[in-house]
Write a protein that binds this ligand. Structure first.
Ligand SMILES: *Cc1c(COP(=O)(O)O)cnc(C)c1O
Length: 423
């Protein structure tokens, strides 16, 4: 038998493995082009993208208006440092404050990623500890929640719950405690020694798990009562992902706001940008001139990309699309053979697949990974957040017809995955 000619992907992936740090394992494919919700790999295979660069590509790929905004800005003024500002930066800050319903005195800090936005929030929390000590003395504790993911840099990693991510890098910044997402644990943890509670309204990396009903409102009341900040990590849930600009609006009582909100993933629709919104003048005053900074954060190119993203989401009413197509996906997944729980928050959808094999077989060939591989062979990009948990985070532009394509293909994908995992 003659050897098959090597595919473009196979040889590129070999080069990848020789030259890139191995922290991501072996990438699933070498992608070369995208248009709308479709991407193509280096061998010409097409995929429908139900992962959206992990909840980033809000507008899909190469959205013409986004491309135009980024191109025009690149041709005009790209980067200037934060010793200067630009009309785009100011306009984006104003727009975010308006969308959040933040009162006068609220402010925005721009960063380049979710981790960086959370680093800023962590430093904000430390200032609350200093400027506003409680009756118990300096506020030294930051409370975070089990199952949370806040990033991989040292500060955001200290806030992240998962031991496997944290332990190899200890000692991490101290004073962080993780609590179970129950009202009892919350009531036990928030006291006058706490500077901040940081929490995701829906824990995405954990497999799309919401907080219990009423939890976040109770957290708002307790943090206010004890002088601690309520910081919401909306890096994954923000910017229309759940069918609302911010996921907290469905969990806090009307008119209630957190003290700070961090954003990133969907904000630039693929252009790296992060942000922290500080609510009200007191919180916004916690970080003063010289206490924090970034070279790239909020440059004209990134803020023009984000402004275009927000404008397109608004003009094309993409959040209505998210709400209606989410329902199609949820209805289709619910009751599908081998699919157990479906947890949908707009276009952040987690579901579990049944796996009756013994623990050893499950560990050696995780079904979730097999589902991802079988989906890819069938022309769909999905993601497994756990051994039996699949996450969908498609571009906000995914149509009902594209959702129906996935639903039609899924039973066969699950079947193929089961066979592959058992082989
Ligand atoms: C992805 C994510 C982060 C980290 O963002 P990076 O841009 O990867 O640094 C933080 N918090 C949440 C909730 C996320 O989903």
């Amino acid at each position: 038998m003659t050897a098959l000619p090597q595919s473009a992907q196979t040889s590129l992936l070999r080069e990848y493995q020789e030259h890139l740090l191995g922290v991501f394992g072996t990438p699933q494919a070498v992608l070369v082009r995208g248009e709308g919700a479709r991407v193509w790999d280096a061998d010409g295979n097409a995929y429908l993208d139900f992962l959206g660069g992990i909840a980033v590509n809000a507008l899909g790929h190469a959205h013409p208006r986004w491309v135009q905004a980024v191109s025009e800005q690149a041709q005009t003024l790209g980067h200037i440092s934060n010793l200067f500002t630009s009309p785009q930066q100011i306009a984006l800050a104003e727009k975010l404050l308006e969308l959040a319903g933040a009162p006068g005195g609220s402010r925005v800090f721009f960063a380049n990623s979710g981790s960086e936005a959370n680093e800023a929030a962590f430093k904000l929390a430390r200032r609350q500890g200093r400027e506003n000590p409680g009756p118990l003395g300096p506020r030294s504790t930051v409370v975070a929640v089990d199952g949370s993911f806040h990033g991989r840099t040292m500060g955001s990693l200290a806030l992240t719950a998962k031991a496997a991510y944290r332990e190899p890098f200890e000692p991490l910044p101290g004073g962080v405690v993780h609590i179970a997402p129950t009202v009892e644990a919350l009531e036990g943890a928030i006291d006058d020694g706490v500077s901040a509670l940081i929490v995701e309204p829906v824990r995405g990396e954990q497999g799309v798990h919401a907080l219990p009903d009423g939890w976040l409102q109770r957290a708002r009341e307790l943090t206010r009562e004890h002088g601690a900040l309520l910081i919401l990590d909306e890096v994954q849930t923000g910017i229309g992902r759940t069918g609302q600009w911010f996921a907290f609006t469905e969990q806090l009582a009307p008119g209630e706001l957190p003290d700070a909100i961090t954003l990133a993933k969907g904000l630039g629709a693929g252009f790296p940008i992060g942000a922290m919104i500080t609510v009200g003048s007191e919180v916004s005053g916690l970080l003063s001139a010289g206490q924090h900074g970034t070279t790239f954060g909020g440059n004209p190119l990134a803020t023009a990309a984000a402004l275009a993203t927000l404008q397109i989401i608004e003009d094309d009413d993409l959040m209505s699309n998210v709400r209606s197509v989410s329902k199609v996906l949820t209805d289709g997944l619910t009751g599908m053979q081998d699919v157990t729980t479906v947890r949908a928050h707009g276009f952040l959808i987690g579901f579990d697949v049944t796996d009756e094999r013994d623990a050893e077989a499950q560990a050696s060939a995780p079904l979730g990974a097999a589902v991802v591989a079988a989906a890819r062979s069938a022309g769909f990009l999905l993601n497994a957040t756990g051994p039996t948990t699949i996450r969908l985070a498609p571009p906000l532009i995914v149509s009902q017809a594209q959702a129906e394509d996935l639903l039609a293909a899924l039973p066969e994908i699950l079947d193929q995955a089961r066979q592959a995992a058992n082989a």
